[in-house]
Design a protein around this ligand. Structure first.
Ligand code: FAD
Length: 386
């Protein structure tokens, strides 16, 4: 049997694994990160962009925020459009008065990799975890790696999660029944703010990323093949659903990437047991409606780092037992809001009676959001909070 070599073996170099690795090194705990992709692939993978104030605080407190402070953009407003008009919510002045920092996930990952290596950490790129048994990770085509603990931060389809569910850990899950064509365009933002457009052809979203890159979303039927969406079709549909003729043109550009995301959510009943503990998408997937996934990954990584430090440095496992109790209520609060956002943004496509009924409910919710201070505060607190 292999002997323990490192304190923590971390699976996955996404936001969860890299924040955890940096925090463990900061606490003097040795760790190694196993990442199945290459460094270039990990650092080039565009996904999230919205960091909540809590995430920015955690990253700042632990010396991980230099890049986002220098290049991130503060957002305090978002805009809603429908055939009933348009309004902007200045959420920075509502609720807790908090903002988002817009900073592309791949840039954050690049910063976290660089800092982790600067702190003396080891990442093995191209090392895919094939199985986890107790503290030992079998690496496809390589030697086993053993740690006193294993942190599964390898995403929703990762080995860490599979090892835990194989032990009978239950999940609560929901398929929201909606998919998005997620488009990354080499185009400057068309709006000052994030834009959510309700349309009888389906939801469309506009998310600024940088001065030259914008993310757009188009609600699409389940099973959509991105190849069916040519550049022209994407822009035509965005122009229609964003009501550009009425509210102003979109700044178009080359489509850099188009993928289909099925909106699904799930949460594991317990995010770990024994020597295996999970964080980020591995512990639960949240639909991107409210941009919470990367933020939950940071929250859980911070909490897990504290618990692992106590377990390793003081032989105190109570923190690990508390890890679930600490995180789950906040995770569920994020899911509740994400589900609320999903209901606000998506209705049945078309104009039959049922579709019209649901759309009127959406309009009523939008109108309440436009006019009710109490509703606006609820939105702001949950939109920026984690
Ligand atoms: P991941 O980022 O998935 O990282 C897991 C890592 O593990 C990967 O690098 C993977 O290669 C590696 N890995 C997988 N299997 C193995 C294995 N067997 N062995 C070794 N390594 C392995 N969230 C937000 O907060 N705000 C947003 O604006 C937002 N927008 C989004 C937009 C889109 C289109 C999508 C798809 C997601 C978005 N999210 C957003 C969600 C966010 O990107 C994820 O929640 C976040 O990446 C989770 O981080 P993670 O570290 O848990 O997992």
């Amino acid at each position: 049997m292999a002997t323990a070599q490192v304190g923590v073996v971390i699976l996955g170099a996404g936001p969860a694994g890299l924040v955890l690795g940096n925090l463990l090194l900061e606490r003097g705990i040795d760790c190694v990160i196993l990442e199945r992709r290459s460094r270039a692939a990990v650092e080039g993978r565009a996904r999230a962009g919205f960091l909540a104030a809590h995430s920015v605080r955690v990253l700042t407190e632990h010396g991980l925020a230099a890049g986002l402070m220098a290049r991130g953009k503060t957002h305090t407003t978002c805009l809603f459009r429908s055939d009933r008009g348009e309004f902007t919510l200045d959420y920075g002045k509502l609720g807790q008065g908090e903002a988002h920092t817009v900073y592309p996930q791949q840039e954050l990952v690049r910063d976290l990799v660089a800092e982790y290596l600067r702190r003396g950490g080891e990442i093995r790129f191209g090392a895919e975890a094939a199985a986890v048994t107790e503290g030992t990770v079998r690496v496809r085509g390589g030697a086993d790696v053993t740690g006193r603990y294993v942190a599964g931060c390898d995403g929703h389809r990762g080995t860490g999660r599979a090892a835990l569910t194989a032990r009978g850990v239950r999940t609560a899950r929901r398929d929201h029944g909606v998919s998005w064509l997620a488009v990354l365009a080499a185009a400057p933002p068309s709006l000052e703010a994030v834009g959510y457009a309700l349309h009888e052809r389906g939801f469309a979203g506009h998310m600024a990323r940088t001065a030259t890159v914008t993310r757009y979303y188009l609600q699409c039927p389940r099973g959509t093949d991105p190849a069916d969406w040519s550049e022209d079709r994407i822009w035509d549909e965005l122009v229609t659903r964003m009501r550009a003729a009425e509210f102003g043109p979109l700044r178009e550009g080359a489509v850099l990437e188009k993928t289909v995301v099925d909106l699904r959510s799930d949460v594991l009943a317990v995010p770990g047991a024994g020597r295996l503990w999970l964080a980020g998408d591995a512990a639960g997937l949240i639909s991107p409606s409210a941009a919470k996934g990367a933020n939950l990954a940071v929250l859980q990584a911070e909490s897990l780092a504290r618990a692992l430090e106590a377990a390793l440095a003081q032989d105190d496992r109570t923190g690990l037992a508390r890890y679930a109790a600490d995180c789950l209520p906040r995770v569920w609060r994020a899911h509740e809001f994400s589900h609320w956002m999903s209901g606000l943004l998506h209705g049945p496509v078309g104009a039959d009676d049922e579709a019209r009924y649901t759309r009127e409910l959406q309009y009523a919710r939008l109108e309440s959001l436009r006019t009710s201070r109490a509703h606006q505060d609820f939105f702001a607190e949950n939109y920026t909070g984690i």
